[in-house]
Design a binder for this molecule. Structure first.
Ligand code: C5P
Length: 395
């Protein structure tokens, strides 16, 4: 496993070059590193390697046609463009580079490149004369200026018998380069403490009160903070998520436990990111025996849980504080008020419901500071986490 590739969504584009036979190896290595890979093949790519091979190594059907009704019904091209954390085209032919530089969207792969917000990286492969041709070199410069990443070709013997630059970079190196795309170093040297997930508030030995939080946003932020070079600790409520290697995780159950765990260590951190959906109330008396249902009605006496952010905000040696506000109405005004009330530096406001926010894979938020408000449109929680970490690092 490669930490920065774990769970990453990688769209691998394969275009028509003899180096396409190495694309299967790239897929295999990306998956071994922890990534989820979907493959798009151009018509000419299929002359060099079969869709069946690429399907077998990726574990997913191949995407090949912009106008395939069945494929569009399963995962449409816009959805696929949103799904991607990165688009890697390996091998990328001179023709593909030229079409992309020209802004064409005349097949599925070029269309996806225009439709995505994810970074795009190209590993060119072609005859050495074609690579060195002034038109190809001009195209390379145009694409680089537009922010396209290049894994430039190696020198050596070529399938056509020539010797020179144009051989596709070896799969092992390509995978390394893809993993480096996610490692930014923006929070290098910083220590960040994150709370995530729900809390469980016991009613009796078998029952508890909780909420719909899955912990996905907090875990995605922990992963993104790690990739940004921070030393990350996570205080997690009960969730069903895989442990994050390279993140120190403390498991807690109740709000009081989360409060105690945070207050014990928070002064050692530069940034406190409170993502957990902490239960506001707990039972005043947790029953020692199971509550029986003989009665028509029963009443639980609740009392307030401590507010963790507020307590951290009052510390004299206080870290930078970033909180979340999940609301169903008056989202922005409520978040603004909460930011001030709880002495947060930034608050991330999100409207929950309709497939977004709690327990979903996507989110759409507005980040609010003392003098600014920035909306981040709907995207996956992983993509959002990277955007938020970048904003926090700049802040
Ligand atoms: O007031 P509300 O619960 O909406 O505030 C949300 C923010 O406050 C989140 O960042 C959450 O982690 C934090 N919070 C907290 N302690 C609580 C309740 C919420 O730190 N008891």
């Amino acid at each position: 496993m490669t930490p920065s590739l774990i769970h990453k969504h990688i769209l691998l584009g394969v275009t028509g070059s003899i180096a396409a036979y190495k694309s299967a190896d790239i897929v295999r290595r990306l998956r071994e590193a922890g990534a989820i890979v979907r493959v798009i093949m151009t018509e000419n790519a299929k002359r060099f390697i079969t869709p069946l091979t690429m399907q077998a190594v990726s574990g997913h059907p191949i995407h090949e046609d912009l106008f395939d009704v069945r494929a569009e019904a399963a995962m449409g091209h816009i959805e696929l463009a949103r799904w991607a954390d990165v688009i890697v085209v390996a091998p990328a032919t001179a023709d593909f580079m030229a079409r992309l530089a020209n802004g064409n969207a005349n097949d599925l792969l070029t269309t996806l490149c225009l439709a995505t917000r994810a970074p795009i990286a190209l590993a060119p492969a072609m005859n050495q004369a074609m690579w060195q041709h002034v038109l190809t070199q001009d195209t390379l410069q145009v694409l680089k200026q537009k922010g396209i990443y290049f894994f430039e070709p190696d020198e050596g013997s070529q399938a056509c018998g020539d010797v020179g630059p144009g051989r596709m970079m070896e799969p092992v190196e390509i995978v390394k380069k893809v993993s480096q795309l996610f490692v930014t170093g923006m929070l290098a040297g910083k220590k960040i403490l994150i709370t995530a997930g729900p809390t469980h508030e016991a009613i009796d030995p078998v029952r508890y009160m909780t909420n719909a939080s899955s912990g996905k946003m907090g875990y995605a932020l922990a992963q993104a903070a790690f990739e940004a070079g921070a030393e990350v600790s996570l205080i997690s409520g009960p969730v069903h998520l895989a442990v994050l290697p390279h993140v120190t995780c403390f498991s807690v159950v109740s709000a009081q436990e989360m409060y105690a765990a945070v207050m014990k260590i928070v002064t050692h951190y530069d940034i406190f990111l409170a993502v957990a959906a902490v239960a506001d109330y707990r039972c005043q008396h947790v029953l020692k025996q199971k509550l029986h249902k003989e009665e028509e009605q029963t009443q639980l006496q609740l009392e307030r849980n401590p507010d963790i952010i507020t307590a951290v905000g009052k510390l004299t040696k206080r870290p930078l504080i970033v909180g979340f506000a999940a609301e169903t109405e008056d989202v922005i005004p409520r978040a603004k008020q909460k930011r001030k009330q709880k002495n947060m530096d930034l608050i991330v406001a999100n409207c929950v419901g309709e497939g977004m926010g709690m327990n979903s894979d996507d989110n759409e938020v507005t980040v609010i500071g003392a003098n600014f408000e920035k909306m981040l449109p709907r995207m996956s929680k992983q993509q959002l986490a990277r955007a938020l970490i970048e904003m926090i690092a700049k802040f």
